[in-house]
Design a protein around this ligand. Structure first.
Ligand SMILES: Cc1cc2nc3c(=O)[nH]c(=O)nc-3n(C[C@H](O)[C@H](O)[C@H](O)COP(=O)(O)OP(=O)(O)OC[C@H]3O[C@@H](n4cnc5c(N)ncnc54)[C@H](O)[C@@H]3O)c2cc1C
Length: 427
């Protein structure tokens, strides 16, 4: 451990910690960044399937925060200071050109997450942030609303201000094991129980594993509870040996998890969202007319992927050998209904090991949204996934890290944060 007097100690070198370290140092603080892994940004390197969906180019901040649900308003101040526009400009200034794809998703032009990490490390070095690897914080020593020191596996560490950026509990192999929640609780903070979010779903129906590996683009999924439609997502879905994955499934998973606590949930997969039931019926009639002598099981090749056909044939309860010109109107309408609403029953979410983010974390009421400063501990700040706010896929979660990391770093670098800054978002 380096024997210097640090103004700011940042714990955890994920995207939030790196950004907090950079901004604190840019603001004039002497900064140390403590990371328990042997390298920085282990989870960052997994993002966007190796391409890193950096942020979302929704530049209207009111619309942007709506993506995070009711807790989104907590982020408004952080995003006014360092929103997607500033994030893109920050990386472009570091030589990382970006591009905007479908759904306003921002990626590095090179499609390489390594380039994002390299840019951040370059910036940490330029700003003289002391990075310590294999520096696992074990305990936090604090009393009377102040942290006195951090106790590491090897040695101790004292700074004026501390920023906890230890992430959530998802993908624990990357280092995010929820340590920051324990320390914050021991210092008097309330923690909203962490749960996996943005995670694949386990499905009850026995026919699902047979479809393992089948990816369906341009489908829509609806979440239902007691026949009440809850949510609809459009895009890509993937069948797996345990159930369903893919972007639209991952985006509904948090809501499914919440609803499952209240009772049975159903999912309705619309295999042909571009056609309403009447149009789909017309289309099927045309296909049946064109191949009148075909058996039912051989008549769906133009309509459905090969792997899905036996499943649909079975679920339709139409005799697979029946010639299509003998199929009754009632049978055909039943088929239309099935294709517009392939029903499945989620039984649970996969664990933290497969969750892209953790929902829950440090309660927002106890963090000043203007500064990211704790309202319980005078020399503590938070940034990133450790905070009780999370978003859908699309770059929204990294945007939390950049925005809150920047604001926490800037605030922690100030010698004393004026009390007038402390305002309750609900006040
Ligand atoms: C597979 C996958 C793909 C993803 N893709 C995207 C994407 O494309 N776009 C997007 O917006 N989001 C994406 N995310 C989410 C995004 O990666 C996270 O929201 C983000 O990494 C959270 O950053 P963080 O800095 O808060 O925490 P983390 O990235 O979890 O970093 C926390 C750091 O703290 C360190 N640490 C923990 N405990 C200690 C300790 N006791 N002592 C010292 N150090 C400690 C850890 O080792 C770790 O390095 C993805 C996530 C996953 C898992």
């Amino acid at each position: 451990m380096k024997e210097k007097n640090y103004d700011v100690a940042v714990v955890g070198a994920g995207p939030a910690g790196m950004m907090a370290g950079i901004r604190a140092a840019e603001s004039g603080a002497k900064v140390i960044l403590l990371e328990k892994n042997e390298k920085l940004g282990k989870k960052l390197l997994l993002t966007g399937k190796g391409r890193c969906n950096l942020t979302n180019a929704e530049f209207d901040l009111r619309k942007l925060v709506e993506n995070y649900g009711p807790n989104g308003k907590f982020l408004f101040r952080a995003f006014s200071v360092f929103g997607p526009k500033e994030v893109i400009a920050f990386f472009e200034k570091l030589g990382l050109n970006t591009k905007i794809e479908r759904g306003k998703r921002v990626f590095p032009l090179s499609d390489r997450v390594e380039d994002v990490l390299k840019a951040l490390i370059r910036c940490l070095t330029q700003n003289k942030v002391d990075i310590v690897y294999n520096a696992e914080v074990m305990k936090v020593d604090g009393s009377n609303r102040r942290i006195k020191k951090l106790i590491l596996k090897e040695g101790e560490m004292v700074a004026d201000n501390y920023i906890f950026c230890t992430g959530g509990r998802s993908y624990p192999l990357t280092g995010s094991s929820g340590d920051g929640f324990k320390w914050a609780r021991s210092l008097g903070h309330r923690i909203k129980e962490p749960s996996p979010a943005l995670v694949p779903l386990k499905i009850k129906e026995a026919w699902v594993p047979a479809l393992q590996g089948l990816s369906l683009k341009n489908v829509a999924i609806t979440v239902l509870q007691q026949d009440k439609k809850e949510r609809r997502e459009f895009g890509e879905c993937l069948f797996t040996h345990f159930g369903l994955s893919g972007p639209i499934v991952i985006d509904i998973s948090k809501r499914v998890g919440e609803l499952l606590k209240r009772g049975e949930v159903k999912l309705g997969l619309d295999l042909k969202p571009a056609l309403d039931s009447a149009k789909l019926d017309e289309r099927i009639q045309r296909d049946f007319k064109a191949g009148q002598n075909k058996s039912f099981k051989n008549s769906l090749a133009d309509l459905l992927p090969r792997k899905l056909i036996p499943v649909i044939v079975k679920l339709s309860r139409i005799d697979p050998e029946k010639k299509v010109n003998n199929i009754t109107r009632l049978e055909r309408l039943g088929l239309v209904k099935l294709l517009k609403n392939l029903e499945m029953t989620p039984t649970g979410l996969l664990s933290f090991n497969s969750a892209i983010v953790t929902s829950g974390g440090i309660c927002l009421e106890e963090i000043d949204h203007q500064t990211m400063k704790s309202k319980i501990v005078d020399n503590l700040f938070f940034a990133g996934e450790i905070i009780d706010v999370d978003g859908p896929t699309g770059g929204f979660n990294l945007q939390i890290c950049w925005g809150t990391g920047y604001l926490a770093g800037q605030s922690a670098a100030e010698k004393k944060v004026p009390d007038t800054f402390s305002q309750d978002i609900h006040g």
